[in-house]
Design a protein around this ligand. Structure first.
Ligand code: EPZ
Length: 418
């Protein structure tokens, strides 16, 4: 596809109401979970994202038939006819590793490939593999190829870190395993709850999702279901940060305010007025913003690592200084270089980054380094003087459905030029 770019004219406040797309980080494990079902599945509020298309191609390869229209993904599930995922498909999307647990559980043996690193640094899967071995899987790894086999049995598992992907993979491996599996120090992200609710709708027996101990009692089979994907809390955080940085007032509809308390708290510290009511968040921002003193990324319910770049962009012109500490990923400051090129004053030191607010940012040509880094550049462009051109949009299109359309509906001057 010809390289396209977003052209943003900064300086316009945002005004209006938007609805939030379905959550990328929920729908991807849900698509992996379909491997466990022996009937059709329909996912409503499924976002139109390149990662979703990649996951549906894996399901098609495994024997399902997927059709996507008007936010609805219909998966005709005539049974799994393959138990191997080609290397190219695995490398297209890192989170395809959550096909590991369900494919092994459903077929008794499978071959996949290590997903490899990504823009955020190495993405090890040692916790995933250690847990599956404890459940009885035999795992052979040669030159990046993983061959697993064995009948899985439930057991007590202790995660050294509340890994989201490892928690999801274990849940998917456990729902058809023999006996009970207890995951201790499990991830508590809202997407874990959404996965548990989907699996329960298909007949699984799960309790404790959203707490640090998830308990799964193995069942014989999973039937299908029609399931509405939760709204994307990081996309909501993106547009809230954009409105905070550009000024104005927006209403985010159809979201879960209780999943965003760490982010809305920082926005209040920055001087925004934030009101939450049922499934709506209202934000009013009058510039200049004030810097929050300190933002440390933590597992949920702490401040989400996926929102770090977003709030860093919003801090570039805030009065005062903010110290960021990125504790989840090794290299998640790749957006800093381009923010500095726009005039931001940011000092990096290992996992820490200090942002000193400046009077102005100047538009220039910048590029998306990764999914949330790309969103951060969008936010910076909205607040910069002049024109900002953002390239490498494939990163952005992995997680954001029509970002220019959403921002234009709020009054931003932004075009996609192909
Ligand atoms: C999920 O990634 C999300 N991706 C990420 O969102 C998100 O940033 C992350 O959770 C943290 O919330 C999806 O859900 C598809 P982890 P995941 O396992 O599962 C290390 C986005 O922007 N680790 O909780 O990969 C790992 O290297 C993406 O939407 C091990 O060392 O996150 C990382 O440093 C980016 N060994 C830390 O744990 C393991 O076996 C957290 O990883 C597994 C993880």
């Amino acid at each position: 596809m010809a390289e396209s770019k977003l052209v943003i004219e900064g300086g316009h406040p945002l005004q209006g109401e938007i609805r939030i797309q379905g959550a990328k980080n929920s729908v991807l494990p849900l698509l992996s979970a379909v491997v466990l079902c022996d009937e059709d599945v329909v996912l409503e509020r499924c976002p139109a994202l390149s990662d979703v298309y990649a996951a549906s191609r894996i399901l098609t390869h495994l024997g399902c038939r997927c059709s996507f229209r008007d936010g609805k993904m219909e998966i005709r599930n005539g049974g799994i006819s393959r138990s191997e995922i080609p290397e190219a498909m695995m490398h297209e999307m890192r989170s395809s590793i959550t096909f590991l647990g369900p494919l092994l559980s459903r077929t008794g043996s499978c071959t996949l490939y290590l997903p490899g690193g990504c823009e955020l640094g190495p993405r090890p899967i040692d916790m995933h593999l250690h847990a599956l071995r404890q459940m009885g899987a035999e795992i052979h790894e040669t030159h990046g190829m993983l061959r697993l086999q064995g009948r899985l049995r439930g057991t007590d598992l202790y995660l050294p870190f509340p890994s989201v992907g490892a928690t999801e993979n274990i849940m998917l491996a456990a729902v058809l395993a023999q006996g009970q599996t207890r995951i201790h120090n499990a991830a508590r992200e809202p997407e874990i709850r959404d996965l548990a609710e989907f699996l329960a709708a298909c007949g699984a027996k799960i309790s404790g999702a959203g707490t640090d101990t998830v308990i799964i009692d193995g069942v014989e089979r999973l039937h299908g279901c029609v399931y509405r994907v939760m709204p994307d809390r990081i996309v909501a955080a993106t547009y809230l940060s954009a409105a905070a940085a550009a000024g104005g007032s927006v209403c985010i509809q159809d979201c879960c305010p209780e999943d965003l308390t760490a982010v809305t708290e920082v926005l209040r510290q920055m001087g925004c007025r934030v009101y939450c009511h049922e499934s709506r968040i209202y934000l009013q921002s009058s510039l200049p913003l004030h810097a929050a003193p300190y933002i440390r990324t933590m597992p949920h319910p702490g401040f989400p690592t996926d929102a770090q770049a977003l709030l860093m962009a919003a801090h570039c012109k805030a009065r005062g200084s903010c110290m960021f500490e990125e504790t989840i990923f090794d290299s998640r400051y790749r957006h800093v270089d381009d923010l500095i090129r726009m005039g931001a004053d940011i000092r990096l030191s290992g996992r820490a980054a200090v942002v000193h607010g400046v009077q102005k940012l100047s538009g220039t040509t910048v590029h998306a380094t990764d999914l949330r880094g790309g969103a951060a550049m969008l936010i910076a462009g909205l607040t910069a003087d002049g024109i900002t051109e953002l390239t490498e949009l494939s990163h952005l299109d992995r997680g954001y459905e029509d970002p220019e359309g959403v921002l234009r509906s709020l009054g931003a001057k932004i075009e996609r030029i192909t």
